[in-house]
Design a protein around this ligand. Structure first.
Ligand code: FAD
Length: 288
């Protein structure tokens, strides 16, 4: 089943994310997280891909586990540092395993490295074109309501996004954001630019204050004053921060749903408790 078929329903779409283990030692704990999150019966579960590919096989294996739990998997795939031959092998493997949905990404260029002639891809649009030519996969791409850090300005960022959509992407998932008005403005602008594909709002429940400051610096995501106050007040107490982070994310999702934005993806980061609590908070809301 293709993820795009979910968007024709009146019903909201709620999905969760897991990431593959760094090495085989942690494989079981990721499988456990998948099994627990799958019990919530989300509309789909995504599994990230470690750019550079040293643990690439785990992503497809985890996506297959998701499928075996009866949940639709979305497998991320990055192309930085890769070759056309390698990507073709990976697409073939996904097809054989029954994985129909791919989030096609460039991936971050490793620090201190530059594009090399041995790499087949510079940008995600090229990967999307190859996937589209390979088979009838449902293809998603990343988008950045506050701009990608390498983009000069939002206009350029949106033009590059349009290239990905024109290359054949079927839906887009946003980078995390902590102020819904940023998303509402962004959607207005991309629609004006002729981008009509469904937008999945990526929501990050913040449970670790130090971690989020670092991620925001790297990704260029802004922390609104209201959120900074929460981090300043509760950041040193992991339990309080978890409660506050889940409450903040829940509130963001309710506001999105109330304003007619029906597709929400939660960056649940292998934490079943986070997924369970957000799902529990929304249980009756999702019935409407
Ligand atoms: P692109 O769309 O190629 O864009 C990268 C930059 O290049 C942008 O600034 C863009 O404006 C610019 N650009 C694009 N085309 C051109 C062109 N023709 N000429 C000049 N400039 C151009 N990373 C992982 O490693 N694994 C994951 O699983 C993963 N999942 C993600 C999921 C989501 C929803 C998001 C938002 C990000 C994810 N990332 C992941 C991070 C992502 O790989 C990085 O943000 C990466 O730096 C950019 O990837 P992209 O696919 O958006 O690249």
């Amino acid at each position: 089943m293709k993820i795009t078929s979910l968007f024709s329903r009146q019903h909201p779409t709620l999905s969760f994310e897991v990431f593959p283990p760094k090495n085989g030692d942690h494989y079981n704990s990721v499988e456990y997280a998948v099994s627990q999150i799958a019990k919530l019966n989300p509309d789909f579960m995504s599994v990230t891909y470690r750019a550079g590919g040293s643990t690439a096989e785990y992503s497809v294996a985890i996506a297959t586990t998701i499928l075996n739990h009866g949940v639709l998997p979305l497998a991320h795939l990055t192309c930085v540092g890769s070759t056309r031959e390698r990507i073709t092998e990976q697409l073939q493997e996904m097809k054989e395993k029954g994985i129909e949905n791919i989030l096609a990404l460039r991936g971050d260029i490793p620090e201190g490295m530059e594009h090399s002639n041995s790499w087949s891809y510079r940008y995600a649009a090229e990967l999307i074109r190859d996937i589209r030519a390979y088979d009838d996969f449902c293809i998603g791409a990343a988008c950045y309501p506050e701009g990608h850090p390498e983009s000069q300005n939002q206009g350029e960022d949106i033009s590059r996004l349009k290239e990905k959509v024109d290359a054949g992407c079927d839906f887009i998932t946003t980078q995390m954001f902590f102020d819904n008005n940023i998303l509402y403005n962004y959607i207005y602008k991309i629609r004006e630019a002729g981008i009509t594909v469904p937008v999945i709002a990526g929501i990050m429940p913040v449970t670790n204050a130090k971690h989020i400051k670092h991620i925001c610096e790297l990704s260029g995501t802004t922390l609104p004053q209201r959120f900074k106050a929460i981090v300043d007040r509760f950041g040193d107490s992991p339990k309080a921060m978890m409660d506050a982070g889940i409450a903040y994310a829940t509130e963001q999702i309710i506001d999105l749903l109330a304003n007619g934005h029906n597709a929400v993806h939660v960056y649940s980061m292998n934490k079943p408790e986070v997924a369970q609590r957000i799902h529990g908070n929304l249980a009756r809301i999702l019935e409407n």
